[in-house]
Design a protein around this ligand. Structure first.
Ligand code: NAD
Ligand code: UDP
Length: 313
């Protein structure tokens, strides 16, 4: 099996590369290292079955050898990074997804799109089922990502209907774990870095907004299961349905790090979703999958990883 992973030097992509190499697959990792880093796949570089190509998916990609599967993850995922150059984010989602779907079509490869819970926007239905069409502000600061990912899903289904591309679409809910960048800007890495440095934890708004946090190993298992199954092209929600307020998360991180940091409140960014929890009935039925890692255990592993990074302490 020859597999392309776009976004492969990023947080989730690098764990996916590990899991695919462990299955004995040949893995080609494509990334422009905007938010990813070769450090995340350094340990794979002596593998004969592993190759890294530095490439921006906004440009077409030509491969000499056949590929069987494409996992398409290339796109910054943290609001800080996807809002840094929003037009580039839209290009990555639209042109990048078209280019990778075109590549999959040419190679008759199965294509899995890493979509997101952000397609539900600030959801009015709770928990979110795949049948919910969402509540997205198309002119807000999150739209470059949310609408970009919505169009990317549309492209997948149109390439499927028009050209018979064999697609799988997963909607990923907040995922965390080792190899998140220290400067990623998302809540779990921010809180852990702040707690380890003894700095105040920055809770945006009053911290009553909720998220449901999935450990990366659980997510990768589900992505591979989705790619391998024959009966459902998606979209399928992937995430952990245990829901916490952001304030609860801050208190857990302080307790688990033993930090003396205090909590400070900052302005809530606009369009920040008030609640988010996946209904994972479909994933349970079709993939026989449920996430297994409890938040405390996943946070403990993630804290241990950040403690090994010397550069920010
Ligand atoms: P990440 O930022 O660590 O990884 C994204 C990777 O894509 C990085 O390595 C980055 O350099 C690469 N990339 C960005 N633009 C590119 C381009 N134009 N060409 C080539 N490479 C490019 O984030 P992540 O959390 O690992 O997210 C991976 C994927 O999963 C993203 O598509 C994201 O939207 C999706 N996702 C993640 C979460 C989450 O909670 N982690 C939730 C929903 C969806
Ligand atoms: N958040 C926070 N402090 C931070 C970073 C994020 O309170 O330092 C909040 C953010 O406002 C949001 C939640 O945590 O309500 C999750 O934010 P993140 O950027 O991780 O992901 P997303 O909003 O895309 O789910």
């Amino acid at each position: 099996m020859r597999v392309l992973v776009t976004g492969g030097t990023g947080f989730i992509g690098s764990h996916l590369c590990d899991a695919l190499i462990a299955k004995g697959y040949y893995v080609i990792c494509v990334d422009n290292n905007f938010t990813g880093t070769d450090d995340n796949v350094q340990h794979l570089c002596n593998e004969k079955q592993f190759k890294v190509i530095k490439h921006d998916v906004v440009e077409q990609l030509f491969l000499d050898n056949h590929i069987d599967q494409v996992y398409h993850l290339a796109c910054p995922a943290s609001p800080v990074h996807y809002q840094f150059n929003p037009i580039k984010t839209i290009k990555t989602n639209i042109l990048g997804t078209m280019n990778m779907l075109g590549l999959a079509r040419k190679h008759r490869a199965r294509f899995l799109q890493a979509s997101t819970s952000e397609v539900y926007g600030d959801p009015l239905e709770h928990p979110q089922k795949e049948s919910y069409w969402g509540n997205v502000n198309c002119v807000g600061i999150r739209a470059c990502y949310d609408e970009g990912k919505r169009v990317a899903e549309t492209l997948c289904f149109d390439y499927h209907r028009a050209h018979g591309v064999d697609i799988r679409v997963v909607r990923i809910f907040n995922t965390y774990g080792p190899r998140m960048a220290a400067n990623d800007g998302r809540v779990v890495s921010n809180f852990i870095v702040q707690a380890l440095k003894g700095e105040p934890l920055t809770v945006y708004g009053d911290g009553s907004q909720t998220r449901s946090f999935c450990y990366v190993a659980d997510l990768v298992e589900a992505m591979i299961a989705m790619m391998g199954q024959e009966n459902c092209i998606g979209p399928v929600n992937l995430g952990n349905p245990c829901e916490f307020t952001v304030l609860e998360l801050a208190r857990k991180v302080i307790a688990l790090t033993g930090s003396s940091s205090e909590i400070v409140h900052k302005d809530l960014p606009s369009d920040d979703p008030k609640q988010r929890r996946p209904d994972i009935t479909l994933a349970q039925e079709r993939l026989s999958w449920v996430p297994r890692v409890e938040l405390e255990d996943g946070l403990t592993s993630t804290i241990a990883y950040f403690k090994t990074l010397k550069d920010f302490l």
